[in-house]
Ligand binder design. Structure first.
Ligand code: ATP
Length: 318
């Protein structure tokens, strides 16, 4: 299905928009919707733009999504544009954020389960990199579960994704501090391996609930990242296998050229051998006490950020 941005119609001509909110992004809301013609349940992301740059950014997002047809990546279905807003219609993902699923009482988190998730993440990002596209905003909030049952995931939010040309330098000035690679913090060129660093951070947090570079202030976090000093000394890592630690150690490396690529990750012994080798270590239940704290802190942080964004836009808050 080749999606062209429709300008002569608006989303409401072809879709019924439901009122409940699936999520809120930087520039607008995501709501469930139903295609009138087919009855298909989908999601509509509304993005308001105030200037030409924002318009260019959304056009880029549509462009990127169009070129990424893969089961682990959120698929675009339709797109609309009017004078002040865009609407991107995508498939509907109903399982919520991966980390929220994992901290649920009915979920048993093990290394084996973590491997299953990390493998899918690497699968999706590997496809992106094979199409010369960098995600550049890999973080737990952008990994959703496809449904309430089942363990399939989807990578979402291609708003910051960029085409990568090895022959020209690409520098970026955005991201979420905790998950940013040192080259982003230093405003040095970025590479496919920039996503690999963030995947390493996600994996570290998934297994321990601890955020490897998080400081008490944002400058402190950024400083922790540029020095790239981290370790497995916390007691949460005592029961983690050496294969898992080796996996993370080969991603959280300051020099981008030394990090594993997605393909190398998929070939790494921790991701590869898991299914056959159901050893005790990988089946041990991991405590999600810390991870729960992490999820609540991020939620709180995001709420504060959303409020600050509204304030910047001049919305009066009571
Ligand atoms: P951010 O501020 O995180 O960059 P954004 O403006 O780029 O956000 P998205 O991350 O794409 O917006 O969407 C915001 C939230 O809406 C997501 O975190 C997710 O919870 C929810 N969401 C987005 N797309 C879907 C979908 N297709 N199905 C279900 N929920 C979705």
């Amino acid at each position: 299905r080749y999606v062209t941005v429709k300008k002569s119609k608006w989303v409401t001509d072809e879709y019924d928009i439901h009122n409940n909110l699936l999520g809120r992004g930087k520039f607008g809301e995501v709501k469930p919707c139903r295609e009138k013609r087919s009855g298909r349940q989908l999601a509509a992301k509304f993005i308001e733009f105030s200037g030409p740059q924002e318009r260019k950014d959304v056009t880029n997002e549509v462009e990127v999504m169009r070129s990424l047809q893969h089961p682990r990546l959120l698929q675009i279905y339709d797109a609309f544009e009017n004078k002040s807003a865009f609407c991107i219609v995508t498939e509907l993902v109903t399982g919520g954020e991966l980390f929220e699923r994992v901290i649920n009482d009915d979920f048993v988190l093990t290394e084996k389960a973590s491997v299953m998730f990390m493998r899918q993440i690497c699968d999706g990002v590997s496809f992106m990199h094979s199409r010369h596209i960098l995600h550049l905003d890999m973080k737990p909030e952008n990994i959703l579960c496809l449904s309430r049952q089942g363990n399939r995931i989807k990578i979402i939010d291609f708003g910051l994704a960029r085409k990568y040309n090895p022959k020209s330098e690409l520098k970026i000035l955005f991201g979420t501090p905790e998950f940013m690679a040192p080259e982003v913090v230093n405003f040095d060129p970025v590479y496919p391996s920039t996503d690999m660093w963030s995947i390493g951070v996600i994996c570290y947090i998934l297994l321990s609930g601890l955020s490897p570079f998080q400081g008490t202030t944002e400058p402190e976090t950024l400083c922790n990242i540029t020095t790239a000093k981290w370790d497995f000394s916390a007691e949460e890592f005592e029961c983690i296998s050496s294969d898992a630690k080796d996996f993370i150690s080969n991603l959280l490396i300051k020099d981008p050229s030394k990090r594993m690529s997605c393909r190398e990750c998929l070939d790494h012994k921790w991701l590869r051998k898991q299914i056959q080798r159901a050893t005790k270590a990988v089946q041990r239940t991991l405590s999600t006490k810390r991870l729960r704290k992490f999820v609540y802190r991020r939620k709180w942080q995001r709420a504060v950020n959303a409020m600050l964004a509204l304030k910047r836009m001049g919305v009066d808050l009571v």
